[in-house]
Design a binder for this molecule. Structure first.
Ligand code: PHE
Length: 341
């Protein structure tokens, strides 16, 4: 009998040694200690097969086994649960010194950065903003700007026509007419917006952005234009930059000029950026043509004015060293994430 008890104890110990999970240990405990189906309870039932004088001794050793088993399983349970808790704590451990993952944050597009910068500069000189429509009448885009239907200068801008009379504006200069038709001098406006031309290569895109400036008042001269452009160029490209006016042609200005800035890369000595000339062309400008003022009901013998128009993408490409205009339209975050205010 004692042998049987000893064997059961060894069996319990061996089974427990192979268990690493507290739930399995509980199942093992039930196998032996369950009140009804447990193997130790079953031993008690054997009592009735014994002679009455053997029963007390048998009862005693079975009870001892039961007490031992209860203690044994309580200890096993505590051991496994402690191990499980330690494992869980280790897995959930938080390293409070670990840096937080970087927050990916959007930023303004280089075109928007340049447009905002230009608006700031010219607003500081008293300009207000006018925005005209992107689909324009032929009249505002060309005819009123002294470029009638048969004018050869129309060839300078390959135009997307929507109908014989409507087109996608090729220049923000169309806004000059809309402003001058409705306001009397003094006029001082800046007109940013998208323009469209059938033109497509590394430095031209069928859609791009321009910024137009128009000043009309008594006694406005080309010197006023250059003075304001000096302020613009020095703010955008650096305080040592100078401007230069070269004769050019636009139907709506007379005289017309092409405006260069001294090369901000080499200081004017000559480099790759300025193609060894020391100068970089940045915009077109001129004195508003008398005919344009007349078209808008402004007396050219009383008032004079200047206008200028620049490409935003061109300024962005020069300022940020962007080699291809397409990079400004592809929305590649690897490119865009390099620009900050
Ligand atoms: N509209 C001209 C262009 O797109 C630029 C310009 C504007 C020239 C104003 C003179 C005056 O090329």
């Amino acid at each position: 009998m004692e042998k049987q008890i000893k064997a059961m104890r060894e069996k319990i110990e061996a089974a427990a040694a192979a268990i690493t999970d507290s739930k399995e240990m509980y199942q093992l405990r039930k196998q032996y200690l369950d009140n009804k189906a447990g193997q130790i309870s079953a031993l008690m039932k054997n009592m009735r097969d014994l002679a009455p004088e053997e029963r007390p001794a048998f009862g005693k050793i079975v009870n001892e086994l039961k007490t031992w088993a209860l203690d044994f399983f309580t200890a096993q349970d505590a051991r496994l649960k402690a191990a499980e808790l330690a494992k869980k704590n280790a897995a959930e451990q938080i390293d409070v010194t670990m840096p937080a993952p970087a927050n990916r944050c959007g930023a303004l597009h280089p075109n928007t950065l340049i447009a905002n910068e230009l608006i700031d500069i010219f607003a500081g000189m008293g300009f207000t903003i006018f925005e005209g429509p992107e689909i324009e009448n032929d009249y505002y885009n060309f005819t009123a700007l002294n470029t009638p239907k048969d004018h050869p200068a129309r060839d300078m801008q390959d135009t997307f026509y929507v109908s014989p009379e409507l087109l996608l504006r090729t220049q923000t200069s169309a806004g000059q007419i809309r402003v001058m038709e409705n306001a009397k001098p003094p006029i001082k406006i800046l007109s940013p917006g998208k323009v469209f031309r059938s033109d497509d290569d590394a430095t031209h895109s069928p859609m791009f952005s321009q910024m137009e400036g128009l000043v009309v008042d008594k006694g406005i001269t080309l010197c006023d234009l250059q003075g304001m452009l000096d302020v613009f160029a020095q703010n955008v490209f650096g305080k040592d930059v100078r401007t230069r006016l070269r004769p050019s042609y636009f139907p709506f200005t007379e005289p017309s000029v092409e405006v260069d800035v001294s090369c901000f890369e080499c200081g004017g000595k000559g480099c790759r950026l300025c193609k060894d000339t020391g100068w970089i062309e940045v915009l077109g400008a001129g004195m508003v043509n008398r005919k344009v003022l007349e078209n808008c009901g402004i007396d050219p013998d009383v008032y004079t004015g200047f206008a200028f128009g620049m490409g935003i993408e061109r300024i962005a490409m020069l300022k940020y060293g962007i080699p291809n205009i397409k990079m400004l339209f592809e929305s590649d975050v690897r490119v865009l994430s390099q620009f900050h205010e």
